[in-house]
Write a protein that binds this ligand. Structure first.
Ligand code: HEM
Length: 128
């Protein structure tokens, strides 16, 4: 669909479906599961809130949890290049498995998240 923010083009239901699929994949990923909590409920809520604002919708993360400061919030976690790639691979797969999200929107979202993910890498390979 034409025009509007990526949030409007994707819609809240499809975004929630995406986030749910994404964390189901994260929980099964051998590189990622060890650094995430066993219960991903709150993590998924925070991610949905963040993505809503990031994609041009209401700034829910900011309202509920304060300034995102994402790089700082990730510093306690050893994010190697391998984990960055694993994160993006889970996202690519979750996008493929969410047919409500059109191809153009999926491509744009993945490109935007690739840039953020590169910024989150904070640990050299082999130091995790
Ligand atoms: C939180 C890993 C990239 C957004 C977290 C947490 C981990 C993590 C371990 C803590 C989970 C918890 O305790 O609830 C990673 C890894 C990434 C990555 C390995 C690979 C590069 C990203 C990207 C985004 C993002 C690209 C944004 C698009 C968030 C948000 C939180 C979070 C919003 C919740 C922060 C909070 O505690 O309030 N991430 N992350 N992450 N991540 Fe990431």
């Amino acid at each position: 669909s034409a025009g509007g923010s990526l949030y409007e083009r994707i819609g809240p239901e499809a975004l929630e479906a995406l986030v749910t699929r994404f964390y189901a994949l994260v929980a099964r990923d051998p590189d990622l599961a060890p650094i995430f909590p066993d219960d991903l409920t709150l993590t998924a809520e925070k991610q949905l809130a963040f993505l809503t604002g990031f994609l041009g919708g209401p700034p829910l993360y900011h309202q509920h949890f304060g300034p995102p400061r994402l790089r700082a919030r990730h510093l306690p976690h050893a994010i190697t290049p391998t984990r960055g790639q694993a994160w993006l691979a889970c996202m690519a797969r979750a996008l493929q498995d969410t047919p409500q999200i059109g191809e153009a929107e999926a491509r744009e979202l993945h490109a935007a998240l690739s840039r953020v993910a590169a910024h989150m890498v904070n640990t050299p390979e082999g130091k995790a």
